[in-house]
Design a protein around this ligand. Structure first.
Ligand code: NBP
Length: 485
């Protein structure tokens, strides 16, 4: 058996099949394998028909024998146990220097653990985010690899050949960092995707319920928005969804049940933000908005008894649509600022050396959040590699200054009309909190000290000195220890 395969791919579902075809289009010989082995021949006789440089393997042993050394094996299987199971199955057939790549949506702590485990056995490991869905996998995904640094030169050429390219022709794939960094950045990407989608849905809801616009009118609004600062894949598909009618001429979007699904990456992002103490409020609201949407029966029951305001929109509809656009844009800036704050803290915690401009570039094309906006983020990090927060950058500061009055008006009117806009609202609250020199946490610290002797620092004393007040005259002088629970 001649070892002619450049790489093997395990997992012949939608992502795996399309990645194989993409690699093969770029001149690589790919060995294909799947747990349910019959799917190998189905693939060879269907999507891969006529391609003699896609080779089917019917066992792991055969697959490994077909590979050039050092071997590169990519898993595109369901995240979780299937990845660990495949790693264990592969191990007896591999030797030092071989590389296993996990391209699924694995949780980053698993990738940290697997990288250590396999490096301990002399193997190399990459956990990589692959974004762009079916079409991306086939014609150019955004790829976010992390893991063993020595593995990057082994896959750089393949990954940068098959990935999406920016409008300037740069590859939307670069080395992200050690162990779980690639999957962390992919997780954050997905969290930001949740946020972007929720913001668009809120704009839709305010236009639909608040202004009474038809789908056709909203189609035109999104088409217009897609020509400017909001130019992005998600605005583009929203336009197309609003314009889509079925064979009976009916609008499909109106027939879809309003309960959102989720697969966990938004939740992981929110949990990580809580673990790291970073207020990634917009993604959190986006996750909770999906949870609330899923409580359909309760909402239907509540809608019959809980009353809201009767306020109707009065005023200039066209001007208000522009207010909504600006609210969306300003909220989106806050969401990305929060996402980059999170990655910065994660890099500190897990000792990753992340390149934030590089991450914006990797997301610029191929992935679900691809947009012109990410080009602006890249420029911001080019201006200042150490930029502490996107909100501080002069371009984004300027956009917020320009959008702010509209943003506040859109939120205020939505609230008066009783249309829920949790992501718009939390973004604005974050912005106002972030720019506040003084927050009411002085009172909060007093409350903590009052009931639990938790102590406080004073504005007239150096940081790090803690004080306790006997607020009631009944407590003693013993203070609680300083630690974070
Ligand atoms: P799926 O997530 O549906 O996974 C299907 C593959 O996993 C099949 O090869 C299946 O083998 C294998 N598999 C399963 Br299911 N359980 C297994 C087990 N216990 N042991 C071994 N293999 C098992 O496919 P996908 O949608 O192509 O996604 C692949 C990965 O890429 C996932 O991690 C996904 O989260 C990620 N991803 C998906 C998308 C997307 O748009 N779909 C985008 C980006 C990333 P079988 O044929 O024998 O059942």
């Amino acid at each position: 058996m001649e070892p002619k395969g450049d790489i093997a791919l395990i997992g012949l579902a939608v992502m795996g099949q399309n990645l194989i075809l993409n690699m093969n289009d770029h001149g690589y010989t790919v060995v294909a394998y799947n747990r349910t082995v019959s799917k190998v021949d189905e693939f060879l006789n269907d999507a891969a028909k006529g391609r003699d440089t896609i080779i089917g393997a019917h066992s792991i042993e055969e697959m490994v024998k077909l590979l050039k050394r050092p071997r590169k094996i990519m898993l595109m299987v369901k995240a979780g146990k299937p990845v660990d199971d495949f790693i264990e199955t592969l191990l007896p057939y591999l030797e030092a220097g071989d590389l296993i790549i996990d391209g699924g949506n694995s949780h980053f702590p698993d990738t940290i653990r697997r990288t250590k485990y396999l490096e301990g056995k002399g193997l190399l490991y990459i956990g990589t985010g692959v974004s762009g869905g079916e079409d991306g996998a086939r014609f150019g995904p955004s790829i976010m690899p992390g893991g063993s640094p020595a593995a990057w030169p082994m896959v750089k050429e393949i990954f940068q050949a098959i990935c999406a390219k920016t409008p300037d022709g740069e590859p939307c794939c670069d080395w992200i960092g050690e162990d779980g960094a690639g999957h962390y950045v992919k997780m954050t990407h997905n969290g930001i995707e949740y946020g972007d989608m929720q913001l668009i849905c809120e704009a839709y809801q305010v236009m639909k319920v608040g202004l009474g616009l038809t789908n056709q009118e909203m189609y035109e609004v999104f088409a217009e928005w897609n020509k400017g600062e909001l130019d992005s894949y998600l605005i583009e598909i929203t336009r197309d969804i609003l314009g889509y009618t079925d064979e009976n001429g009916e609008q499909v979007v109106d027939k879809i049940l309003d309960t959102a699904g989720q697969k966990g990456t938004g939740k992981w992002t929110t949990v990580s933000s809580l673990d790291l103490g970073i207020p990634v409020t917009l993604i959190g609201e986006a996750v909770y908005a999906r949870c609330l949407s899923a409580m359909k029966d309760e909402r239907v029951a509540a809608s019959k008894t809980l009353k809201g305001p009767k306020t109707k929109f009065r005023g200039d509809r066209k001007a208000f649509v522009e207010d909504i656009r600006r609210a969306l844009l300003a909220s989106k800036i806050v969401s990305y600022a929060q996402g980059f704050m999170l990655m910065r803290e994660a890099a500190k915690e897990y000792k990753w050396n992340l390149n934030y401009g590089g991450i914006a570039l990797v997301w610029r094309g191929g992935c679900i959040i691809r947009s012109a906006f990410l080009g602006k983020i890249k420029e911001a990090f080019d201006r200042d590699r150490k930029l502490s927060n996107l909100l501080i950058d002069k371009y984004f500061r300027g956009v917020i200054a320009r959008c702010q009055t509209s943003w506040r008006r859109a939120v205020a009117k939505a609230v008066q009309m009783g249309v829920p806009v949790p992501a718009f609202t939390t973004a604005l609250a974050f912005y106002d909190g972030y720019r506040s020199e003084r927050l009411p946490a002085n009172l909060l610290q007093a409350q903590r000290d009052y009931f639990g002797a938790h102590t406080y620092e004073r504005i007239d004393k150096p940081r790090g000195q803690f004080f306790h007040t006997n607020w009631t005259g009944r407590g003693g002088t013993v203070a609680s220890g300083q630690y974070n629970a």
